[in-house]
Design a protein around this ligand. Structure first.
Ligand SMILES: [Zn+2]
Length: 381
């Protein structure tokens, strides 16, 4: 829990921020809004605003730590319950979070902490979602895809083309299953897998969809070396042999002939291959943001109350160069003095800070101090 001193300081900063920020969601009058408090991301919802100035006035008046809006559009967004809102359509939304990626760094820092590896990995996953799935497999165009930093340790992808707005839950669920690789069978791609004495046929790199991805992932692993091939569930002696004669193996795969690749542990191979290609999204498939059009999601341009960073609209072309520790800073002015807990070394605003021992008193740039306070590893002095 934040103490009152922290709450009143951060509320003042949030109010200052909103008095000059422009927060302008598309089709604002058709959206439902939800607002949170410091300890609860959505504490009230079913609100609506007729235009951008009305929302701006509300943000300055109430300075909420969390602002969410519906990816759905409604005739009457403040009506309740949801069935009475008059559903018009909903964007297709994907929610990617570093905590869902099973990263190597996860055991080395507390789960609330976000390290550079967390940020880079979730950005890479987001770029893979766009470049390997949404554009080539679904045919969405770059202009219909918006990418937003979530404000903490992830990204949201919104697609708002006409053809997605009317999709029902069933269709949205199929899309989630496709990008998550759920329900794919080894036999669909390797019809002769596990049958002795028969040539192993498999997908070609030029194949559409998952077949091409599987084939390309295998060729990539062969080019990277034995460890990568072992990572796909191939036993080490076989992997080493494959890597040694990889030009032959790759030549075969380009024609769909996988005969040089022996796969004794079929289940392990299949699980690893699918896992290495699939996109990991937040939440289980049943409560997934993508599947549920009534879900509220962080509004771009607003403050995230667990970090003090801006949930920033990045654009898919800007993703590569986007660094939230530099580009999502909201509280640009002044310094604050805090007493820290145990804090590892970290970087913000292109400067490095820490490590700090428990009980250190330090004066920090406002955004940096607030970040630690909201992460609950420091207290305002
Ligand atoms: Zn990390």
């Amino acid at each position: 829990m934040l103490d009152d001193k922290a709450k009143s300081l951060v509320t003042r900063l949030i109010r200052d921020y909103y008095s000059s920020a422009t927060v302008a969601p598309p089709d604002i009058a058709r959206r439902e809004f939800g607002f949170g408090e410091f300890d609860k991301k959505i504490s009230y919802r079913h609100m609506s605003f007729k235009d951008v100035p009305a929302l701006a006035r509300y943000l300055v008046e109430s300075a909420p730590p969390f602002v969410s809006y519906s990816s759905a559009e409604y005739k009457d967004p403040s009506a309740r319950p949801i069935e009475n809102k008059g559903f018009i359509g909903a964007e297709l939304v994907f929610d990617l979070d570093a905590n869902d990626l099973n990263l190597k760094c996860t055991p080395s820092h507390p789960s609330f902490w976000v390290c550079p590896n967390c940020l880079e990995s979730v950005k890479a996953e987001t770029i893979r979602l766009v470049e390997d799935f949404l554009i080539p497999d679904f045919g969405f165009s770059e202009k219909d895809i918006r990418a937003n930093f979530s404000g903490n340790r992830g990204y949201h992808i919104h697609i708002s083309s006409e053809e997605v707005m009317g999709l029902d839950r069933h269709a949205r669920r199929s899309i989630t299953k496709y990008i998550s690789g759920i329900g794919l069978s080894a036999e669909a791609f390797f019809p002769t897998i596990g049958i002795r004495g028969v040539q192993l046929r498999g997908p070609k790199p030029s194949d559409y969809g998952w077949g091409g991805k599987i084939s390309n992932a295998f060729v990539k692993a062969l080019n990277e070396g034995t460890d990568s091939v072992v990572g796909l569930g191939i036993e080490r002696p076989i992997a080493a042999r494959l890597v040694k004669k990889r030009s032959d193996v790759i030549f075969g795969i380009t024609t769909g002939n996988w005969d040089k690749v022996s796969i004794p542990k079929k289940a392990e191979f299949w699980e690893n291959v699918v896992k290495s290609i699939a996109i990991s999204q937040s939440d289980s498939i049943d409560s997934n943001v993508t599947n549920d059009p009534s879900h509220l999601i962080r509004l771009p341009g607003t403050i995230h109350g667990d970090t003090g960073l801006v949930a920033k609209e990045v654009g898919i072309l800007g993703l590569n160069r986007f660094d939230p520790t530099v580009h999502a800073i909201a509280f640009q002015k002044g310094t604050i003095t805090v007493q820290t807990g145990e804090v590892p070394e970290f970087s913000m605003q292109d400067q490095s800070f820490g490590p700090y021992k428990e009980g250190s008193t330090v004066e920090l740039p406002t955004a940096v101090g607030v970040y630690l306070v909201l992460k609950k590893t420091a207290q305002v002095k």
